[in-house]
Design a protein. Structure first.
Length: 238
């Protein structure tokens, strides 16, 4: 009678290596972050963002901020044209990045800004201020997704309600009241251009007490706002 072979012991399952575990959790974190931002992008395509990181920081630093969300119809059309003329004249022509402006900035050695209104909305709404490779990478990833889900009018509407127009003064309604004592719907062409002229440095420029630089920039913005109204570059939001 042949001797019965003893069953071979089952091999213990190998534990995943540290590298594999690290890769697994990294992918999970990235997927979670992507899902989080996707929900916010869809939500804020129709709902007002309650507050952003920079506004919260300024509220803590200053002891409070001025902000008042208004609907698109409560903003003078010339205000929208003035901001586009001042900050992103090709707003209706690009998909989030102005490649011509980026090339010009590179040729100038990075001395001029190339950030579009779409990129600024992403920074103001979903991210934080400050220079870092992480923020710029997230901004570059989120901007085209936001452009896909949001209309150009929505992007500009959120920008006008979240941009800083004086220290601790956020949004065009609060800015119109702060500088001129009027509502955003009643802004004149000159007042709108003055508000746009303080961008992107509202802490050192004033719309109600304009310096020579702000006055000169105001005149340029008045001309630019009229130009984009005529040549069709305001068509995507009007």
């Amino acid at each position: 009678m042949a001797a019965r072979k003893k069953p071979e012991p089952e091999a213990e399952p190998q534990k995943p290596s540290l590298l594999r575990r690290l890769r697994f959790w990294t992918l999970r974190l990235l997927a979670g972050a992507a899902a989080f931002y996707a929900v916010l992008i869809v939500l804020f395509s129709f709902a007002p963002p309650p507050i952003n990181i920079y506004q919260a920081q300024e509220a803590w630093r200053l002891g409070g901020i001025e902000k008042d969300w208004v609907s698109w119809d409560e903003i003078a059309p010339v205000m929208a044209r003035s901001v586009v003329a001042a900050e992103d004249a090709n707003f209706c022509l690009h998909w989030g990045f102005d490649m011509a402006a980026i090339r010009d900035a590179i040729e100038d050695g990075g001395t001029r800004g190339a950030s579009t209104l779409s990129q600024q909305v992403v920074k103001n709404t979903f991210l934080w201020h400050g220079r870092s490779y992480l923020r710029k990478a997230l901004e570059a990833a989120i901007t085209p997704v936001m452009e896909l889900f949001w209309t150009k009018r929505r992007i500009l509407h959120v920008y006008l309600n979240t941009a800083e127009f004086a220290e601790g003064v956020f949004g065009v309604q609060a800015a119109a009241q702060h500088h001129f004592g009027v509502d955003a719907a009643d802004l004149s062409a000159v007042q709108a251009a003055r508000l746009a002229a303080v961008l992107p440095d509202p802490k050192r420029r004033s719309a109600s007490q304009p310096s020579d630089f702000v006055r000169k920039r105001t005149r340029a913005i008045l001309s630019g706002a009229e130009t984009i109204a005529v040549d069709g570059r305001a068509g995507c939001f009007e």
